[in-house]
Design a protein around this ligand. Structure first.
Ligand code: HEC
Length: 280
């Protein structure tokens, strides 16, 4: 890790401009600058490939990954998730009765700002709200049944383009700004921000790990990680990245992680949703 920290400080010393740090700008301006930064940084990566994370950057890794994806480790999860989705609750109602647009083909629309409550709605949060409204116990937010169900929903959303726009509602803008701060804030004993690794140093290495560009970082969730031998939600991944720099993770579905997810998905406007996927 020591070597890596040195690499980070060198990059910062050169004085990179937005979007490597948070600045006062509108969400639409942020999206443009954010995406252009990665297009300029990786001129040989096709715009459509940012949905594939590190596999957009390295041919050998991509080949290995494509081999894995021929018999995807999450295939059974999709089938189980479909069964869960179609099994009625004890009261006879289903997820289709309360989730956005009947539940399927919607992964690319979350999180979204809900005017009535003034809050961000994540897919996982809405699944549990739906369960509670129908007298069912909530699911755990990071692993197990939750990403199994979202794997099915993601699979039915493949090919749709991420399309999440921040409105002029002050509460929406505040949620967006909170996510942006979360992304650029330095934290933990190693004093690193998400942007230090996934913007400034994307394409570089942290130990033996190639660092993915933040653009498209969530397009393919939930993710089956070989390290976990299981699926995980975006907030499970955020927690892992926080722990790696010895920062205390926030709770899954905390306002901090919901807003961070919102920021990353807004930045990915126009990127294709292609979950679930597998990672190291
Ligand atoms: C010390 C560097 C470091 C920091 C800081 C860091 N990450 Fe990561 N992150 C990694 C590494 C290494 C991986 C695995 C390789 C990859 O996909 O980038 C990863 C993976 C991810 C992934 C999965 C990417 C994929 O394609 O599936 C997401 C999402 C992510 N990080 C988000 C974040 C967020 C949000 C933060 C800030 C809270 C953060 N990371 C902070 C190093 C870091």
């Amino acid at each position: 890790m020591r070597k890596f920290i040195l690499a980070v400080s060198t990059a910062l010393a050169v004085g990179l401009v937005t979007p490597t740090t948070a600045t006062a700008s509108t969400p639409a301006e942020d999206v443009k600058a954010f995406q252009q930064y990665f297009y300029d940084k990786f001129p040989n990566v096709a715009k459509d490939d940012f949905k594939d994370g590190v596999y957009a950057l390295n041919k050998d890794f991509r080949e290995q990954w494509e081999n894995t994806e021929e018999f995807p480790p999450y295939e059974d999860n999709i089938a189980k998730g479909e069964e869960m989705f179609n099994t009625p609750f004890a009261n006879g109602k289903t997820y289709a009765d309360c989730l956005l647009n009947g539940g399927t083909g919607t992964r690319h629309l979350y999180p979204y700002f809900d005017k009535d409550s003034g809050k961000l709605k994540t897919l996982e949060g809405e699944i549990n709200a739906c369960r509670k409204a129908n007298g069912e116990k909530p699911l755990k937010y990071k692993k197990g049944a939750m990403p199994t169900l979202t794997a099915y929903i993601a699979d039915t959303s493949r090919g749709n383009v991420i399309n999440i726009k921040v409105s002029n509602d002050d509460r929406d803008l505040a949620a967006y700004e909170m996510g942006k701060r979360q992304f650029y804030m330095k934290r933990g004993q190693l004093n690193l921000s998400c942007a230090d690794c996934h913007v400034t140093n994307s394409g570089g290495y942290a130990r033996s790990d190639l660092l993915s560009p933040a653009l498209g970082n969530l397009s393919h969730f939930p993710v089956y990680r070989h390290k976990w031998s299981a699926l995980g939600t975006p907030h499970r991944r955020f927690g892992g990245c926080n722990k790696n720099i010895r920062a205390k993770p926030f709770k899954a579905q905390s306002d901090e992680y919901k807003s961070l997810e919102y920021f990353l998905m807004v930045m990915a406007n126009g990127v294709e949703a292609n979950g679930p996927s597998s990672r190291k």
